[in-house]
Design a protein around this ligand. Structure first.
Ligand SMILES: Cc1cc2nc3c(=O)[nH]c(=O)nc-3n(C[C@H](O)[C@H](O)[C@H](O)COP(=O)(O)O)c2cc1C
Length: 170
């Protein structure tokens, strides 16, 4: 990893178009490792992951979201879950999942890969769980990351002016 944290933060864009090149398992492992080094309340590390590289499974997952074209184009998916048994505080555990997911996105950027956080897929999380054979009584799906080698770097994104977010400086 050679990018500084700030470079990764500012360079990262949601990548929705990928080449056909496979994503190395060691890179997927590194992305998950970055995720698990996110902070969590009481260091309870409530995140759990399902790595999906199998083409048949990816095709099945693609049927569960409006963004099927992104899922079909990505050579790897990582489903991020909260382990209900590991949770201790609903808000804080969901915040930890967000921190985990952002770490994963930044690691993806640092590895020269691209990814997008898929949240719309949560509308069909029961179907996703069934496809992945995950027991919904034990695990709550937070998001699916679609990961691959970026087809291009033309993605544009904007942010409002900083002044719009800072309520006050005291
Ligand atoms: C909670 C959450 C859910 C998202 N869900 C989707 C999604 O379902 N499909 C998608 O294409 N992008 C999704 N995104 C990506 C956002 O659209 C993207 O981060 C935003 O437009 C800013 O663009 P940037 O990431 O390139 O800076 C999601 C992002 C977050 C944080």
């Amino acid at each position: 990893m050679s990018l500084s944290v700030l470079d990764a933060i500012y360079q990262r864009r949601s990548i929705r178009e990928f080449t056909e090149e496979e994503v190395a398992m060691k890179d997927l492992t590194e992305i998950i490792k970055a995720g698990i080094w996110a902070p969590s309340g009481l260091n309870n590390q409530p995140w759990r992951f399902v790595i999906i590289v199998d083409e048949t499974k990816r095709k099945e997952i693609s049927t569960t979201t409006h963004y099927s074209h992104i899922v079909l184009g990505a050579r790897a998916l990582i489903a991020v879950y909260l382990d209900k048994d590991a949770m201790y505080d609903d808000v804080k555990d969901h915040q930890a999942a967000g921190a985990c997911l952002e770490n994963m996105l930044l690691a993806t950027e640092a590895l020269g890969l691209g990814a997008v956080w898929l949240g719309q897929i949560l509308k069909k999380k029961e179907q996703v769980n069934a496809i992945l054979d995950i027991d919904a009584a034990g695990y709550d799906l937070m998001a699916v990351l679609a990961i691959g080698h970026p087809a291009h770097h033309n993605q544009q994104s904007t942010r409002k002016d900083l002044d719009e977010f800072v309520l006050k400086t005291l």
